[in-house]
Write a protein that binds this ligand. Structure first.
Ligand code: IVH
Length: 691
């Protein structure tokens, strides 16, 4: 067969199998058979790239090339829903809206899935592009990532243009499993779904088990259903038509209407639907709210929608919301506040964090004035702008979070955007993953933050060098880098305002005392990205108890040695290699070491003196005159290449037995292990020394 024909055939077959597998969960072929078809298509696409289409089923696999997310206008403005928090308020809204319509209107009740919203644009049967909501008028084109989602149809049997709105989400189970493998954890499924859409590499997005669910379809006016097809006049009919085109839609919508004939029609379209008169809606909302935990994905509420398209048009929109739909939210935000400003923080590693400055509000016993906004994606997801009324909660009862926009500011209904340049050094910010970064190593804010971090109580605990003193020393140019803390002349502070004799003496003493801080603290205090206390503890426990061992592994580019440490994954292991081979970091370490800081853990195996005990396995028991604590004897063995074990086994070669040795001695004698006394051990060490 001609390659082009064969490619078309394979693409058609693969898309059909993908639909059977992802949407209908009813595969017709084995995974192996499917892989064979896909492999053949991939081979052909490599040889004949001119015939590969943008919607080839191979796009599910994603690409390693960097994505870009150009802005595009939405064909239909993407509005958000107005919200209510009580079932009786929602029922009241329904009655009022029904009365305004007259003529026995119908309403659906759908799950409000807590994911990332997306609009898919189709034309001539092909997915053209997929846009995030953005500010509602303009969204980001995230097509390459969306094409990797098996549940998103790439080709459909509908030639007129069509926009489909839906939600991209991840189940709680998949979230837990996937998140466990990530070096940087996501707080919840919603953030992971939103983050994945903005993944720079679609091959990475392809690995995230994302789902898609369609909840609104926009067929062009006049495209009202061919004979035998559902009409486009009613939301339920539209959902049914979308399902026929291969979209996943909710199989069990609620349908509420006082006309019995229309309730029956609803059951024809969706046999599993819950149908009832309008008066039953309040109970239904309550029941679904209670059953919320039994669905495998997060839902944060229910959406009530008028189904008649012509009546939707008549009711129209407020500035922000359609009048024909309402969200009933399960959790009311615990406090209402106003976003006064967004402060842009730059951390010691350059990461940019927007922080909400809020109108002070009381919440579970404290006054909330600030909350982290994480990154631009989070702000986009909330559609948050300065002046908006926001709902605040306390996650895990401690950390305040901005959960949602309750009312957009009338004065400026825009979405906040991070500045393009670092506010402290004017370097252009770059986006990596979900975050923006200032990559200027000399950025004064990054340096100041690195110094403060080093001195903080959790790290080196130099309490006299607080934020203010650091800022002062930094501004004077006396302390610009961490090693400067140990080399700057404290006496220069005499005569400076605010530095009396006693204060200067205290600074001198606390800097001095910090030289004795243990290795674990020093290493974490350096503040290298990904090298916080837990990773440091794991390194030391695994034998990376001396900076020279760490530097040696990094110099060999031996990330596997780090990855072998329990609790350290590949990403962190590779970071470690980078940190401990960077010349600037090595210089910092050398200067701190010269200043007398601890770069070896207490009890760490010291440098090798000779190889005289290589291949031997020693066990130490009893008490000693010279080797007290016993770890001193262990050190001597390790210095000569020997191993020290806890218990006597067939592999033990020597037992070092001190006074009142007990069961270990007995076992060693039984196994025929060489037993060495303290004196013999001393002469062994001496003999080797003179050799
Ligand atoms: S209808 C104009 N239906 O909830 C029509 N939205 O503010 C507006 N959502 O983030 C949307 N499930 O992505 C609708 N069944 C559903 C939904 C739903 C989740 C999300 C939507 C948006 C927010 C609405």
């Amino acid at each position: 067969m001609e390659p082009r024909k064969r490619m078309e055939y394979l693409a058609g077959e693969l898309l059909r199998h993908q639909h059977l597998y992802y949407v209908l969960a009813r595969p017709e072929v084995s995974d192996a058979e499917y892989d064979r078809l896909l492999d053949e298509l991939l081979q052909l696409e490599m040889r004949f790239p001119q015939y590969a289409s943008a919607n080839s089923p191979s796009r599910r696999v994603g690409s390693d090339l960097d994505n870009s997310f150009p802005e595009r206008p939405h064909a239909v403005p993407v509005l958000s829903l107005d919200k209510l928090y009580q079932p009786q308020e929602a029922a009241q809204w329904l009655r009022k809206t029904a009365a305004a319509c007259g003529n026995e209107p119908g309403f659906t009740v759908e799950e409000k899935i807590d994911g990332a919203s997306i609009v898919l644009y189709y034309d001539r049967g092909e997915l053209q592009y997929a846009l995030t909501r953005g500010n509602g008028l303009v969204g980001n084109d995230v097509s390459a990532n969306v094409r990797t989602i098996g549940q998103v149809p790439l080709r459909i049997a509908e030639t007129s243009s069509l926009a489909v709105r839906g939600e991209i989400y991840i189940t709680r189970g998949d979230f837990a499993a996937f998140n466990a493998g990530l070096p940087e954890k996501y707080a919840n499924p919603r953030n992971l779904a939103a983050g994945s859409l903005r993944n720079l590499k679609s091959a990475l997005a392809a690995r995230v088990p994302l789902n898609f669910f369609a909840y609104e379809g926009f067929f062009p006016a006049g495209r009202e259903g061919r004979p035998g097809e559902s009409s486009g006049r009613d939301h339920l009919e539209i959902l049914h038509r979308l399902a026929g085109l291969g979209f996943r839609v909710h199989p069990r919508p609620g349908f509420f209407c006082d006309s019995e004939a229309r309730r029956e029609r609803a059951l024809q379209l969706f046999p599993e639907a819950t149908v009832a008169p309008l008066s039953a809606v309040e109970d239904h909302l309550r029941r679904l709210g209670e059953a919320r935990a039994s669905v495998p994905y997060d839902i944060d509420g229910l959406v009530i929608k008028l189904v008649e398209m012509d009546m939707r048009q008549e009711l129209g929109f407020t500035t922000h919301h359609p009048r024909w739909a309402m969200a009933y939210k399960f959790d009311s935000p615990q406090a209402r506040s106003e976003l006064l400003d967004v402060q842009v923080q730059v951390g010691r590693n350059g990461r940019v964090t927007p922080v909400a400055v809020l109108k002070p509000v009381q919440l579970s016993g404290s006054t909330v004035t600030r909350a982290t906004l994480h990154n631009q994606d989070y702000i986009d997801m909330l559609e948050l702008g300065i002046g908006d009324q926001v709902g605040i909660s306390k996650r895990g009862d401690v950390i305040p979070a901005v959960e949602e926009v309750l009312d957009k500011s009338v004065a400026s209904p825009s979405v906040y955007r991070l500045p393009e340049n670092c506010p402290f050094c004017a370097t252009r910010l770059v986006k990596e993953g979900a975050h923006h970064f200032c990559r200027n190593e000399e950025c004064p804010e990054r340096r100041r933050r690195a110094l403060s971090y080093f001195c903080a109580r959790e790290q080196m605990d130099i309490e006299t060098l607080g934020e203010k003193t650091i800022a002062f020393l930094f501004a004077r140019g006396w302390v610009r880098t961490v090693p400067d803390i140990y080399s700057f002349d404290v006496e220069r502070l005499h005569g400076e305002e605010g530095f009396k004799e006693r204060k200067i003496a205290r600074i001198r003493a606390s800097v001095e005392a910090s030289r004795k801080q243990p290795f674990a603290r020093v290493l974490a205090a350096l503040g290298f990205e990904g090298v916080a206390a837990a990773v440091v503890a794991a390194l030391i426990a695994h034998g990376f108890d001396d900076i020279d061992k760490i530097i040696a592994a990094a110099a060999r580019n031996d990330w596997q040695a780090f990855a072998a440490v329990e609790g350290i994954g590949e990403a962190t292991a590779r970071q470690l290699v980078g940190h401990f081979s960077a010349p600037a970091n090595l210089e910092t370490i050398a200067r701190l070491r010269a200043a007398g800081l601890q770069f070896r853990a207490e009890g760490a195996a010291p440098e090798r003196v000779d190889d005289s005990l290589v291949g031997q396995v020693w066990v130490i028991t009893g008490s000693f005159a010279r080797f007290n604590p016993r770890s001193l004897a262990a050190d001597e063995i390790r210095k000569r290449g020997g191993r020290v074990a806890e218990s006597v086994t067939a592999r033990t070669t020597h037992l070092l037995a001190g006074a009142s040795a007990g069961s270990k001695l007995a076992k060693a004698e039984k196994l025929g292990v060489a037993v060495v006394s303290e004196d013999e051990f001393l002469s062994l060490l001496r003999k080797n020394q003179t050799k």
